[in-house]
Design a protein around this ligand. Structure first.
Ligand code: GUN
Length: 281
């Protein structure tokens, strides 16, 4: 079998066109959606992610503010910036790029963001709303994955979904969204014994571990949908995911490439969340 590709760039383009239209309608009423992005420190990867988020805002009619601070910024200084943005009427979404430097308590910073501006969906009250089936903001990466499944009309209800990775950013909210869509969900983590035993039974396999080649072709059920959230570099320095792409293509029914898969969808769903925050305002 040669897997079909779920093209994150193409799907993003469709969703962003719709976002831009709705953003323009708000702007015409003097209510342009606005996103503030805060980056603390010099991580090269974070700088690339943040630059792409700002660029996507600019291209789709969303006002953006980028605040970059030195790694020596104190927790109190960062909390003061978050409080100021909570009260800024031009800002509907606040994103503090993670990870933060070790001397800053990221939980404390996330809890300081007004829940109605928490477009990442990481605030404890948004995590609770998601858990109880009343989400205000769905975390962007898992939300993008659900959009990808929707784009191929995948019958999630009754399917067995296996999520590899249990982070607060991807794995846990992904499992919740799949569960609420009617899937039977297995969550695997770095300590799971015989990972392949679980992944081979997955109709939907979402891999978000940050470990290159953690899933190989022999660990995939023939015809499965394989969604690769990983973002790694191979030995030649080329971007790659967590799944052995060539191996997956031989077995799976559908696969997402890296780059050009989940990555652009994450940014697209951030735009959607910011737009919806502004529409609710
Ligand atoms: N770091 C890696 N992914 C994310 C994300 O989706 N949001 C934030 N704020 N930081 C991240």
């Amino acid at each position: 079998m040669t897997a079909k590709i779920i093209d994150g760039n193409q799907l993003s383009k469709q969703v962003r066109t719709e976002v831009a239209k709705r953003a323009a309608a708000l702007t015409a009423q003097g209510r342009q959606p606005g996103l503030a992005v805060i980056l603390v420190g010099d991580s090269q990867a974070s700088q690339v992610y943040v630059r792409n988020k700002i660029k996507a805002c600019e291209e789709n009619g969303i006002h953006s503010v980028f605040e970059k601070y030195d790694a020596s910024m104190t927790e109190a200084e960062l909390l003061a910036r978050v409080h100021a943005l909570n009260h800024d009427p031009k800002i509907h979404g606040i994103l503090v790029q993670l990870p933060l430097p070790a001397h800053i308590d990221s939980h404390k910073v996330i809890e300081a963001i007004a829940a109605e501006k928490d477009v990442d969906g990481f605030h404890i009250s948004n995590a609770g709303l998601l858990m109880t089936g009343q989400p205000l903001f769905r975390p962007c990466t898992p939300y993008g994955v659900m959009k990808m499944l929707e784009s191929i009309d995948y019958p999630v209800r009754g399917a067995h979904a296996v999520v590899v990775g249990a982070s607060n950013i991807v794995g846990k909210p992904q499992a919740m969204l799949l569960l609420q869509a009617g899937a039977t969900v297995t969550i695997c983590n770095s300590k799971t014994r015989d990972l392949g035993h679980h992944t081979r039974d997955a109709d939907i396999l979402v891999v978000a571990t940050g470990k290159r080649n953690i899933v190989t072709g022999d660990m995939i059920k023939p015809g499965a949908v394989v969604i690769d959230v990983g973002m790694n570099r191979d030995d030649a320095g080329k971007l790659c995911g967590d799944v052995d792409y060539a191996g997956a293509c031989e077995v799976a029914g559908w696969v997402t490439p890296v780059p050009g898969g989940v990555g652009p969808m994450t940014i697209t769903m951030l735009l959607v969340n910011t737009l919806e925050a502004a529409e609710r305002n």
